[in-house]
Design a protein around this ligand. Sequence first.
Ligand code: NDP
Ligand code: 8X3
Length: 250
Amino acid sequence: MKNKTILITGATSGIGYATALAFSKLGANLILCGRREEKLIQLSKKVKVPNTTLKFDVRDNLKVKTSINSLPLKFKKIDILINNAGNAHGLDSIDEANIDDWDAMIDSNVKGLMYVTKAVIPFMLKNKSGHIINVGSIAGKEVYPKGSVYCSSKFAVDAFTQGLRIDLLKYGIKVSAINPGLVETEFSLVRFKGDNDRAKKVYSGLKPLSAEDVAKSIIYIANTPSHVTIADMVLLSSHQANTYINIKNK
Ligand code: NDP
Ligand code: 8X3
């Protein structure tokens, strides 16, 4: 990964943060993106490789475009884009759910991922190479109760990934998706709006994936030879069979 430049969205926490550290160990140059500036600065100091930070909300298309276009010249050859930023907001049945939560999920997980992709593609076209790795979810493969809009957002990521692979084939740009099951990160804390006890319960009584487990698989996907594309990977904890069945309720 030496001399490769990796742009990672959602690098301030969880999977994005672990992925940034994993790529830094391989000597890659990093473009670290997120909204929490202090976390970006901390990570920027921690990774001992050339890096730059971009603070933007993926929902703001203008800010996404201007931030990515303003990258210093030495970071403009983007080899790999990790579209990771996203979250779930709430766990409610459709009749009871809050529309603001729906907007947050669709705007970040779907439209935000599309905005970042659209902004990065011109740099990859210039180089006639590149690799886009989208972080989907098991929730993009199966719908579970009270998760309809989060699942919709991840089904959309799955469809967008497939479409990207078709449209970018002629340019030699690879497109992959990784779809993890339960991963212990800030994800549930965000979903349950800071309710730590509720968040902890999601992961108690089983061994979930760690962010580092997902990062290792992302590195594996990124490291395949140029003639090999891992199109779609579903990654589960061995304590989870699907979104319904896990070691706690088998
Ligand atoms: P975290 O909450 O730990 O991390 C989410 C990251 O996304 C943060 O860095 C956050 O940064 C960033 N982010 C969220 N919304 C925005 C936004 N609007 N604009 C810019 N950045 C944003 O969760 P995970 O690491 O678990 O989640 C990462 C991805 O993995 C998500 O797409 C999630 O859906 C997916 N996933 C998670 C699973 C899990 O069980 N944890 C399983 C399957 C998929 P900041 O707040 O600084 O902007
Ligand atoms: C996160 C995994 O099953 O909580 O995408 O939706 S799940």
